[in-house]
Design a protein around this ligand. Structure first.
Ligand SMILES: NC(=O)c1ccc[n+]([C@@H]2O[C@H](COP(=O)([O-])OP(=O)(O)OC[C@H]3O[C@@H](n4cnc5c(N)ncnc54)[C@H](O)[C@@H]3O)[C@@H](O)[C@H]2O)c1
Ligand SMILES: [Zn+2]
Length: 361
C-alpha cells in the first residue's frame, strides 16, 4: 500500500492506494474517530459488488452503517437525488457526529460529498473511489457538487474528505471503456506536470491496460501526488489549479454540444488534449514531435483523438466554450504546453486556430 498526504492544515488527509483496502475501511474510520454511525452512499452498479464488504468492515470496527443506493450515471448528480439522500439520512437519524462513505465513481463522490458538505451544515466524509477517474482525480481535492438543467456542476462546495481509500482491486470490474476514459486524466498529469510519468506511461501502457496491480498502484499514487501538490498550492481554484483543466476547454464544450451522451468525459478530454497540444505547437513552442507523442499515447490507449464537425456544430462548440464557467470576461482561455511536463494557463487562443487543431487526423 502507498500513502499520499494532502497537506491542507487542519483539513489535511491521507490517500491510501493498494489492493484489498475495502476490508480495512472500518479500521481506518475508527482510527480517525469520525463517529460511530455512517451512511454508505453508492450506486446500482457498485453497491451490489462492494457494499457488503464495506459494511462488514465497518461493522467489524464497531461502526453502524446504512446503505443508500442511488441510480448509476450522471443523472444521479441532481438536486432531487440530494434531497432523497437528506431524507434517508434524517430517517436513519444521522447526527453531526456521523459520517458519510462515498463508494463509487466520480458521480457518487461528487453527490455524496455535496450531501456531506451541506447536511447539518457539514459532516465528515470518506471517499472510496471505484473508477480510475475517481481514484486519480475526482476523489482528491474537495470539489463536490451536482448538476442543474442549465449545466454541469453548477451547484457545489469545497468540502475535503477525511480519508481517500483507493482499492485498486475494484478496478477489475470496471468496464474497459470507463477504464480508458480514466486513462485520459492519467495522461493529462504527465503532460501538465511530470515528463517522467509521461515516459513511464509510454513504456508501461500495455501493463496498465492489462490492469497489472503493481503498475496501477505506482501510477495512481503518482497522479494523486500531483493532484495533491496542485490542490495544496491552490485549494479554491484561484490560479494554479487551472492547469488541471488541460484539454478541458474543448472537452467540456464537446460534452455539452453532444448533450453529455456521445462521449464519456475522458474521451472528450482526450480529443481536447490532442487539440490543445497542436495549439501549443503554434502558440507556446511545444516541439511538434512532442505533440505527436501525445497524439500517439492517446491513440494507443484506445481513446478518440479527433472529431469531424460541421460548420454548424463548430459554431455551437465555440459558443459552448464561451459559456464555460471558467471563461473570464468573455475570452476563451486555454491551458497550453511549453513542453511535456510543463504548461501555462490563461492563454488566449483565436477561434480560427481551434477549428484547425480539431480537424486534423
Ligand atoms: N470533483 C472533482 O474534482 C471532479 C473531477 C473530475 C470529474 N468529476 C466528476 O466525476 C463524474 C464522472 O466520474 P466517473 O467517470 O467515475 O463516472 P461514474 O461515477 O458515473 O462511473 C462510471 C460508471 O462505472 C460504474 N462503476 C463505478 N465503479 C465501478 C466498478 N468498480 N466496477 C464496475 N462498474 C463501476 C458506475 O456505476 C457508472 O456506471 C462526473 O460527474 C464529473 O463531473 C469530478
Ligand atoms: Zn477531467
Amino acid at each position: 500500500m502507498r500513502i499520499v498526504n494532502v497537506p491542507l492544515g487542519t483539513r489535511s488527509y491521507e490517500i491510501k492506494i493498494g489492493p484489498g483496502l475495502l476490508r480495512d475501511l472500518g479500521r481506518h474510520c475508527a482510527a480517525l474517530k469520525l463517529g460511530n454511525r455512517c451512511a454508505v452512499i453508492s450506486d446500482r452498479n457498485v453497491a451490489p459488488r462492494y457494499a457488503k464488504v464495506v459494511q462488514a468492515s465497518l461493522k467489524k470496527a464497531g461502526l453502524q452503517s446504512v446503505l443508500i443506493t442511488v441510480p448509476a450515471g450522471e443523472t444521479a448528480k441532481s438536486v432531487k437525488v440530494v434531497e432523497q439522500c437528506y431524507d434517508a439520512l434524517a430517517k436513519h437519524r444521522l447526527e453531526r457526529k456521523s459520517f458519510i462513505v462515498a463508494l463509487g465513481g466520480g458521480v457518487v463522490g461528487d453527490l455524496a460529498g455535496f450531501v456531506a458538505a451541506t447536511y447539518l451544515r457539514g459532516i465528515a466524509f470518506v471517499q472510496v473511489p471505484t473508477t480510475l477517474l475517481a481514484q486519480v482525480d475526482s476523489s482528491v481535492g474537495g470539489k463536490v457538487g451536482v448538476n442543474l438543467k442549465a449545466g454541469k456542476n453548477l451547484v457545489g462546495a469545497f468540502h475535503q474528505p477525511r480519508l481517500v481509500l483507493c482499492d485498486i482491486d475494484t478496478l477489475r470490474t470496471l468496464p474497459i471503456r470507463e477504464f480508458r476514459a480514466g486513462l485520459a486524466e492519467v495522461i493529462k498529469y504527465g503532460i501538465i506536470y511530470d515528463s517522467k510519468l509521461f515516459e513511464k506511461l509510454e513504456t508501461h501502457l500495455p501493463k496498465l491496460l492489462a490492469r497489472d496491480p503493481g503498475t496501477l498502484e505506482s501510477i495512481i499514487s503518482r497522479c494523486c501526488e500531483i493532484k495533491a501538490e496542485v490542490v495544496q498550492q491552490d485549494e479554491t481554484e484561484s490560479g494554479l489549479r487551472a492547469i488541471l483543466n488541460f484539454g478541458h476547454t474543448i472537452g467540456h464544450a464537446l460534452e455539452a454540444i453532444s448533450n453529455y451522451g456521445k462521449y464519456l468525459h475522458g474521451e472528450a478530454i482526450a480529443i481536447g488534449q490532442v487539440a490543445a497540444a497542436r495549439l501549443s505547437v503554434r502558440l507556446t513552442g511545444l516541439p511538434a514531435i512532442d505533440a505527436e507523442r501525445i497524439h500517439s499515447l492517446f491513440t494507443q490507449s484506445g481513446l478518440p483523438t479527433q472529431v469531424n464537425l460541421s460548420n454548424q456544430q463548430y459554431a455551437r462548440l465555440v459558443r459552448a466554450m464561451s459559456l464555460d464557467k471558467k471563461v473570464s470576461r468573455g475570452e476563451i482561455k486555454f491551458v497550453l504546453a511549453r513542453r511535456i511536463g510543463q504548461v501555462e494557463f490563461g492563454c488566449k487562443v483565436p477561434p480560427r486556430l481551434i477549428a484547425e487543431a480539431l480537424s486534423r487526423g
